[in-house]
Design a protein around this ligand. Structure first.
Ligand SMILES: C[S@@+](CC[C@H](N)C(=O)[O-])C[C@H]1O[C@@H](n2cnc3c(N)ncnc32)[C@H](O)[C@@H]1O
Length: 250
């Protein structure tokens, strides 16, 4: 029986998988190499938290880790299961993460934790991660800070190929610190008459202050935390603008 979910990624899962496939990972690889891969031995049990359709899971598997991937969107997890038989994928909300096993390391990439919309809930996610992490385990994640969102000018960016037209625009409210990305995707349906199907979704993210993130980590029990700017970590692309990597141990 198919597992249902109610994520803003559900309607646009196909587009997300296709359009973002080769974007984040190549840019983030030097940073992940330095902060994560070099610190976690092959064979270790790794949780890919908010794994989406598995763009980073693929790299974890290639490096010989025993991988579990968790994401709130069932269609993204279905896509990941189709592509990567070597990992154990689960549909779960990070705020209610419940896994019986313990992990040597937890990785959460591509500002996934900015999708947690209140500081209280972000603290809950950190506490759930602590619960599934082995005693000397490593937790690495990246989040966008204000500089990343203030670059959003509410202008459409358009991508076109033979069977897809994708429009994306971002908007950031400096008072509420909430960002919205509106995605409209037209895909040519395999039907007579060259019909196009429209999909639309709005993905919300919250911008946090770095001291608030560090305090929430400390309150969840992480006593060794470092915040490293993406460029300093080795991510030299526009995707590194305003992005910070956090490396944490209990
Ligand atoms: C920008 S995507 C990043 C996906 C993947 N980490 C990558 O690097 O390609 C953000 C992901 O976070 C997931 N997500 C957002 N809120 C979540 C939550 N509360 N629990 C679990 N997953 C969540 C979304 O479904 C989406 O797959």
């Amino acid at each position: 029986m198919a597992i249902e979910s109610d994520s803003p990624y559900d309607e646009i899962a196909g587009m997300y998988h296709r359009l973002w496939n080769d974007w984040y990972l190549p840019a983030a690889l030097p940073a992940l190499e330095r902060l994560f891969f070099s610190q976690v031995a092959a064979g270790a049990k790794v949780l890919d938290l908010c794994c989406g359709s598995g763009h980073v899971t693929k790299e974890l598997l290639a490096r010989g880790y025993e991988v579990t991937g968790v994401d709130a969107s069932a269609p993204l997890i279905e896509q990941a299961r189709r592509d990567f038989a070597g990992a154990d994928f689960r549909v779960q909300d990070a705020r209610r993460l419940h896994l019986d096993e313990r992990f040597d390391a937890v990785l959460s990439t591509f500002d996934s934790l900015n999708h947690i919309l209140t500081l209280e809930e972000l603290g809950t996610v950190f506490a759930r991660v602590k619960d599934v992490l082995a005693a000397k385990g490593l937790f690495v994640f990246d989040m966008n800070l204000e500089e990343a969102y203030s670059a959003d000018l509410h202008r459409w960016s358009v991508t076109v190929d033979d069977v897809n037209v994708t429009l994306v625009r971002g908007e950031y409210d400096t008072d509420t610190h909430l960002a919205e990305t509106e995605l409209i995707w037209f895909s040519k349906a395999p039907l007579p008459g060259n019909l196009w199907r429209q999909h639309r979704s709005v993905v919300a993210e919250r911008c946090y202050l770095q001291p608030d993130i560090l305090l929430a980590l400390s309150e969840a029990g992480f006593s060794h935390t470092e915040a490293i700017g993406a460029a300093e970590a080795g991510m030299n692309s526009e995707l590194g603008l305003g992005r910070v990597f956090f490396r944490c141990r209990l």
